[in-house]
Write a protein that binds this ligand. Structure first.
Ligand code: ATP
Ligand code: MG
Length: 503
């Protein structure tokens, strides 16, 4: 059995903790802080280590100088030549005796300390290499128990001037232990700081994100019916304010579109209802009261006129939806705007005369464009129909067609002495279904589609349209269209069509 449940409302999106901005912000903050601490710690450790090793090396150099003064080798026998009653000399010699080795040139050990034995006696090859060096050599070696020693090895002469291998050393253990202790302390402290940074990062990220939550909260309260709701700016002038501002602008635009659609639905139903009610009334009257064929005929003629109006509204809507969806393909041919304009102006002479409006035209030759004749006629008729519609009786409408001052452009100007358009309405008149609402324009019928069509046609021909208007003085529409390129010059096919303005 098939089942269907209609769900109302969309379930709210839950923020995944791990993917959440707060978690990721904290994580990156802690990560960079940790890397920074580790790098600083390592650099610090290396510097302290080399500083302390430097001290040991200096002490070793001093001991080397002292050792050369106190060491004597006679008859293959090394001994320390120092005054045992001098406590200072005795102390120095005791220190020297701690880590030392003396061998003959063949590497035969003559004397060594216990500690040196645990470090490892130098091989014959090593002894020979050191003896060949012009200067003593310093290097680090590790004893069996893992203690590092700085060793200085070189050659010393015996009483007959024969070279002997001699090496002394100093333990690096104290300095290494100090550095080790410092490092341990540093990293224990660092882990505490990292834990603290986690906490602080979490709190700070939470504070940074809080406005986003409040924005999301407000945004959730915005629905189709209260699109005018604006999220208040925080005044911080930061990216979030920028986002809120963009969001507010978006809802304002949506609100405008919704408003237009709403107004359009009302307008359409109103526009359709009027002729429908009239048709129904006429037919009902005819059905119940008409007796002669003439009376039936009159009723049918009246009903037909209203049907005509209905179909023009439907046609306008259909055309607009085709234009919007790109189904209305332009049939561009070489076109003389002068001819098109003359035809249309002629068509409007009678409606203009009926209103007592003086319709004049100044048509210059040379405005040759590549365009769709039907759409060009529609463009001029819509501008002219507006000019006549929004000009009170005994006003004037003037049409000018010719070349523009800027080379390569044709120009159509439609000027009237009508009611004008208030400055605040001017930016919207090309919007779909937009009509200026005031006492003067309310009298005129229309859907507010004519100028959106005009704008679409101008754009589709690569042109531009300007409007300037003064309330109670008149309006002037200027259309510029690119002239046909001379290479496309060919005879214009003769055809004509009568295009009604929209509505
Ligand atoms: P439609 O053309 O669809 O029958 P409409 O004439 O009201 O209806 P548009 O031609 O798009 O719609 O014009 C939009 C609005 O711009 C009009 O409602 C009118 O208020 C204003 N407008 C247009 N042309 C003029 C004009 N020449 N003088 C004064 N107002 C004008
Ligand atoms: Mg119009």
């Amino acid at each position: 059995m098939a089942r269907f449940t209609r769900v109302f409302g969309v379930p709210k999106l839950r923020v995944d903790f791990v993917r959440g901005l707060r978690f990721r912000l904290t994580l990156s903050y802690v990560f960079f802080f940790t890397v920074l601490l580790v790098v600083i710690g390592l650099i610090f450790r290396k510097n302290i280590q080399s500083e302390m090793d430097g001290d040991v090396r200096t002490a070793l150099e001093e001991e080397w100088g002292a050792a050369k003064a106190y060491l004597r080798i006679e008859n293959q026998r090394p001994f320390w030549f120092a005054d045992p009653s001098d406590p200072e000399e005795a102390y120095i010699v005791t220190r020297l005796e701690h880590v030392y080795l003396v061998t003959d040139a063949n590497g035969e050990v003559l004397d060594l300390s216990e500690t040196y034995a645990s470090i490892g006696i130098d091989s014959r090859v090593e002894v020979a290499r050191i003896l060949r060096l012009p200067q003593p050599e310093v290097h680090t070696r590790w004893a069996k128990d893992g203690v590092p020693y700085l060793i200085k090895a070189g050659s010393v002469p015996d009483d007959k001037g024969r070279p002997y291998f001699f090496a002394i050393g100093r333990s690096l253990e104290a300095s290494h232990q100090t550095v080790q202790r410092l490092t341990e302390n540093y990293f224990i402290l660092s882990s505490g700081m990292i834990a603290l940074s986690c906490f602080l990062g979490w709190v700070l990220a939470g504070r940074a994100i809080r406005p986003v939550d409040s924005v999301a909260q407000t945004a959730q309260n915005i629905t189709g019916s209260n699109l005018s709701l604006q999220i208040p700016l925080r005044g911080a002038g930061d990216e979030l304010d920028h986002l809120i501002d963009s969001f507010n602008r978006m809802t304002a635009r949506l609100n405008l579109s919704f408003e237009q659609i709403r107004r359009f639905s009302t307008d359409v139903s109103h526009e359709l209802r009027t002729p429908l009610t009239a048709i129904r009334g006429q037919l009902e009257v005819a059905l119940f009261t008409a007796e002669t064929p003439e009376q039936y005929r009159d009723a049918i003629v009246n009903a037909l006129e209203d049907v005509q109006q209905l179909s023009s509204i439907v046609r306008a809507l259909l055309l607009l939806s085709q234009a919007e969806s790109g189904q209305l393909v332009l049939q561009k041919t070489p076109l003389d705007l002068a001819k098109v304009a003359t035809d249309i102006v002629d068509q409007f002479q009678i409606p203009a005369e009926e209103k007592g409006i003086q319709l004049s035209a100044t048509i210059e030759a040379g405005a040759l464009i590549s365009g769709d004749r039907t759409q060009m006629e529609r463009l001029i008729s819509n501008l002219l129909s507006n000019a006549i519609k929004y000009t009170p009786d005994s006003g004037a409408v003037d049409v000018r067609v010719g070349l523009d001052d800027s080379p390569g452009w044709a120009r159509i100007v439609v000027r009237d002495t009508g009611v004008g358009i208030p400055a605040e309405n001017l930016p919207h008149i090309f919007d779909r279904f937009y009509r200026v609402r005031n006492a003067q324009t309310n009298l005129a019928q229309g859907l507010g589609l004519g100028l959106s069509f005009v704008a679409w046609i101008v754009e589709a021909h690569g042109g531009r349209i300007d409007v300037s208007s003064t309330v109670d003085e008149g309006t002037r529409f200027t259309v510029l269209l690119p002239l046909r390129s001379p290479t496309l010059e060919s005879a214009e096919p003769e055809h004509s069509a009568t295009v009604q303005p929209l509505a």
